[in-house]
Ligand binder design. Structure first.
Ligand SMILES: Nc1nc2c(ncn2[C@@H]2O[C@H](COP(=O)(O)OP(=O)(O)OP(=O)(O)O)[C@@H](O)[C@H]2O)c(=O)[nH]1
Ligand SMILES: [Mg+2]
Length: 250
């Protein structure tokens, strides 16, 4: 990126090293807990980019309040309506790069992605361009409370996507990732197309195609404590169809 970070976002005590990008839609109760847990890790040069799609439960205002209290970079991107996960991440990654982040982490707000894994994933960026939090490598897993059906959809949907895209990593749909800044620049955030569930494998596919080094780090995905799952076989099937088009058309 060529544009310098806006002055008002400069952290008080030094440069932004790690930006955590968190998309939110109705996460009023989860977001403050997640931010507290991440701050407790003592990561040097930590900043946050929250992308809220006008959550009716007031998550956007809560994020603004957290930003006001935080002694460092804490940016909230407000969008008027729910525009999907992919577009939220494109906005969040773009902002993180504008702010000068050296590394960017993406994670869900609902505590399904354990903050305690973030320091290890960042350390692994020494030898990798992208580190993917993985449910399907040794030591990883999913919530024991997941229904049989949800397990099957997640696992086989992921296998289907791996086959369609020829992905080497085991967890093709993970939304828990750490990137070197240069990896996002190489992928080209602005060209990412998929708005929904297919966004995660699209990013991994473009990274693999660009020859980036992708490492996997196991973690156990815990179900959201608050709110209901929206995943269905229909969503997975639609993502696979769109990814086939991406594979064919580039
Ligand atoms: N900004 C924004 N965030 C979204 C949107 N949809 C989901 N999110 C957020 O993206 C993250 C992942 O979404 P989830 O709803 O947890 O998706 P999931 O983990 O597949 O499904 P769940 O079983 O519901 O947890 C969460 O932090 C959501 O709040 C959206 O349209 N816009
Ligand atoms: Mg979730």
């Amino acid at each position: 990126m060529t544009s310098p970070p806006p002055a008002q976002f400069s952290p008080a005590g030094g440069s932004l090293k790690v930006a955590i990008v968190i998309p939110t839609y109705n996460e009023a109760e989860n977001l403050p807990v997640l931010i507290t847990e991440l701050m407790a890790l003592g990561i040097e040069g930590l900043g946050f980019v929250v992308v809220d799609d006008g959550s009716p439960d007031g998550t956007g205002e809560i994020a603004d309040g957290l930003a006001g209290e935080y002694d460092g970079v804490f940016d909230v991107v407000h969008r008027e309506s729910k525009q999907g996960l992919g577009k939220s991440y494109v906005a969040g990654f773009t902002r993180a790069l504008e702010l000068g982040a050296e590394a960017v982490v993406q994670m869900d707000a609902d505590l399904s992605h354990p903050p305690a894994e973030v320091p290890t994933m960042l350390a692994m960026l020494e030898d990798a361009d992208i580190v993917v939090g993985s449910r399907y490598t040794k030591g990883g897993g999913v919530d024991p409370n997941w229904s049989f059906m949800r397990r099957q959809i997640s696992y086989w949907g992921g296998v289907g996507i791996r086959l369609v895209l020829g992905l080497k990593i085991k967890d093709s749909t993970s939304g828990f990732k750490a990137f070197r800044r240069s990896a996002l620049e190489t992928i080209g955030v602005g060209r990412l197309k998929l708005a929904g569930f297919g966004f995660q494998p699209e990013v991994t596919y473009r990274a693999q195609k660009a020859g980036l080094r992708i490492a996997e780090h196991p973690f156990v995905f815990l179900d959201r404590a608050i709110g209901k799952s929206k995943m269905s076989a229909g969503i997975a099937a639609e993502a696979i169809y769109r990814l086939i088009l991406i594979r064919l058309r580039g």
